[in-house]
Write a protein that binds this ligand. Structure first.
Ligand SMILES: [Zn+2]
Length: 85
């Protein structure tokens, strides 16, 4: 196990994750919120537009957007919606 600094609150904790256990639920919540926002978005929105639309801090949006697994999930969801239309 590594000693890590939480990317959200800056506290030190021992885990393989980048987010401490206190912040993990907030991260999960914002990720699902961002996913919903992105899948319902037809055109690409800028980070500041996304931040305004979701209330999520830009730094966190950038962090979620650099997560390949997250982007894959958004893409998958978007494809599902297209098929259902
Ligand atoms: Zn934290």
């Amino acid at each position: 196990m590594n000693f890590k600094k939480c990317l959200r609150c800056g506290c030190f904790f021992s885990s393989v994750d980048d987010i401490c256990p206190n912040c993990a639920p907030k991260d999960m919540f914002e990720m699902s919120k961002l996913k919903t926002f992105l899948t319902s978005q037809v055109d690409d929105a800028s980070v500041s537009e996304i931040s305004k639309g979701t209330g999520i801090e830009e730094a966190n949006i950038n962090r979620f957007m650099s997560n390949k697994d997250f982007l894959k999930e958004v893409k998958k969801e978007k494809n599902n919606i297209d098929i259902n239309l």
